[in-house]
Each structure stands twice: as C-alpha cells, then as structure tokens.
Design a protein around this ligand. Structure first.
Ligand SMILES: Cc1cc2nc3c(=O)[nH]c(=O)nc-3n(C[C@H](O)[C@H](O)[C@H](O)COP(=O)(O)OP(=O)(O)OC[C@H]3O[C@@H](n4cnc5c(N)ncnc54)[C@H](O)[C@@H]3O)c2cc1C
Length: 304
C-alpha cells in the first residue's frame, strides 16, 4: 500500500529504518532482525540507500524481499548521488516491477572529504528535482527528509524550510524528519513549516541512544544537539553499557509519549539494525491502533 494512503487510513502509523550491511555483507542476520521487527506490526520498514558504505543494489534487494516475502510495506530510500536521469529511470522501472510503491527521495551527502554536493552531468542537484522526476515518471508515493534543527548546509532554518516547501510543491506526499532529542525543536520546525504552507504529514524521526560512542557520531554526522540534561545522564554511566542503553531508551520513550500527545501522524524509529530497543519502545508506548503484538508474521519464500 502507498504510504500516502496509509496516512489517510490510519490514525497513527509507526515505522522502522534499517540499513543494508556493508559491502559483501550477509543479509541473513539482517532478516533475523526484520523478523523480530515485524512482530510488533510496523506500518512500514524503510531501507537506506548507499549510506555508510553499503551497496545500493542491496537496498533494492532487501526492500523487495520485505515487500514480497515478509508481509510488511516498504519504503526504499533513493539519492541523487552519482545518478543520471537515465539511471534513475531504470531504477524506477525496476522498483515498479518489484511491486515497490514508496520512495524516500533524497539528494544524499557530498562524497567523503568534500563539503559540497556537485551535480553530475545529466543528474540532479537537489532532492526537489528528484521528486519532480519521480512524480513525472512513475506511480509512487514519495517522502522527503525534513530537518527540525535545519540542514547542516543551510544558512538558517527559514531558508531550509523554504527549500523543504520546494520538495512538497514538486510532489512529496509526506516528510520524515532527521533525528532530534528535544521535542521543542520539532514543534518549532512543524509550526514554521505549516506557516510556510506545508500541509503534508510530518513524521518525527526518533533515535534511541543505546551506546555512548553514538553521541559523538550523531553530532558529527547530522548536527543534532543532545540536550545537556540527557548528555549528563548518559555520561554519568558511560562505562556501563546496559545503563547507557536503559537511559537512552527511556529518553526515546518519554520523547515519543510527548509527541503522541501532540498531534503527530506517526513515529519513525532509527533501529540501527537492532530489534530489541525499538520493539521494547513500541510495547511500552502501547500505541492505540490495531497492533497484533507477537502476531506470527508468515515469512514466505524460503530464506529471506
Ligand atoms: C529521514 C532521512 C533519511 C535519510 N536517508 C538517507 C539514505 O538512505 N542515504 C543517504 O545517503 N542519505 C540519507 N539521508 C541524509 C541526506 O541524504 C542528507 O541529509 C543530505 O545532505 C541532504 O539530503 P536532502 O534530500 O535533505 O537534500 P535537499 O533537500 O536537496 O537539501 C540539501 C541542502 O540544499 C538546500 N536546498 C534544497 N533544495 C534547494 C534548492 N532547490 N535550491 C537551493 N538550495 C536547496 C537545503 O536547504 C539543504 O541545505 C537521510 C536523511 C533523513 C532525514
């Protein structure tokens, strides 16, 4: 089902993000995780594209298996990185053949060591161009990325939201946000987006911290600020991994509870390819929808 339709049908949706294993990695372990994730009945699972050294073809292989062998909807990420219009067209044809109907359209990051993204000949410079192209060449529900604290390259949040509006005007159906730890950042961002005329659903992205080393990585990769109170709580137990995870997950639960009381269309969890943290959060939240906890999802088609 298209996520656009899901958002109209369900009062609240929730989803998990996974990433393909590194180059030459084995996806068996990932599908063990996916089997655990689907036990709490997410509305969809999103699969990242080319991020963190993973191969791009693997994104589509994993997305196709989730869609066609695991009874769960899928959102495949797609970036403009090193891709011409012709190549994107081939990808769209492939996705349609694989019965994949949802795409998160992204520009992607500049290559390692470079600070600016350079458009290649015959390619796309910004995500709004990719959205427009997908809309013109296929029957997909399209999501785009939003940044509650502003994108790292944007001069200010207002300019970034104007650019977000370009993606919506080009045909995006929904927005999934970058991770954030302070809900006020999300509420301010949403208010500004609405005041700029953005009316599509904005789904907050939640990252449960379960490892102290992740904190430095988060700041360097996406610039999300960790509130001092949370940082102090985690650094006080930095040498006890189980306690860091307990406190990080507890923060994600409290953050989600607050969001649930503030008119969100859904929650998107960055799983980091681990099932226990995010499924625990879903069970704690007791989300009021047709959740079949522990429902035995039938996995068909042999090894998935
Ligand atoms: C939910 C989510 C999922 C992600 N998944 C992946 C993934 O799978 N793979 C991956 O490689 N990366 C992923 N990313 C990271 C993303 O690729 C980077 O953040 C990237 O730097 C920007 O992508 P974008 O689609 O937001 O770009 P854009 O929307 O194109 O924005 C990039 C920058 O350009 C500005 N801008 C946008 N449009 C215009 C315009 N028309 N004119 C002038 N300036 C403009 C924006 O303000 C922003 O500063 C994800 C991010 C999020 C939030």
């Amino acid at each position: 089902m298209k996520i656009k339709d899901l958002l109209q049908k369900e009062t609240l949706i929730f989803s998990f993000e996974i990433f393909p294993p590194m180059r030459d990695g084995d996806i068996t372990e990932l599908f063990t995780t996916i089997k655990e994730l689907v036990k709490v009945d997410p509305n969809f699972i999103s699969v990242t594209y080319g991020a963190g050294g993973s191969t791009q073809d693997m994104t589509f292989e994993i997305a196709s298996r989730i869609k066609n062998h695991v009874e769960t909807e899928v959102l495949t990420h797609l970036t403009c990185v090193q891709a011409t219009e012709k190549e994107i067209l081939e990808i769209l044809d492939h996705l349609e053949r694989e019965n994949i109907r949802n795409i998160l359209a992204l520009r992607g990051d500049p290559p390692k060591g470079e600070h600016t993204f350079t458009k290649i000949d015959g390619g796309f410079g910004y995500a709004n161009e990719l959205v427009e192209f997908i809309r013109a060449h296929g029957d997909f529900s399209i999501g785009v990325a939003g940044y509650p604290e502003g994108h790292v390259e944007a001069p200010d949040i207002d300019t970034d939201i104007q650019n977000l509006k370009k993606k919506v005007d080009a045909g995006a159906d929904f927005i999934i946000t970058q991770l954030f730890f302070n809900n006020d950042d999300f509420y301010r961002f949403r208010d500004k987006a609405v005041s700029k005329g953005i009316t599509v659903p904005i789904i907050p992205g939640i990252f449960p911290i379960f490892n102290f080393k992740q904190i430095a990585k988060i700041a360097s990769l996406c610039g999300a600020a960790i509130p001092k109170s949370l940082f102090d709580q985690l650094s006080a137990v930095s040498d006890r991994s189980d306690e860091v995870a307990r406190r990080g997950i507890d923060h994600a639960i409290r953050q989600s509870e607050d969001l649930l009381g503030n008119d969100i269309p859904g929650l998107h969890f960055y799983s980091m390819n681990k099932s226990n943290h995010v499924t625990h959060i879903i069970r704690q939240l007791n989300i009021d929808r047709k959740v079949h906890y522990e429902s035995e999802k039938r996995i068909t088609g042999g090894t998935v």
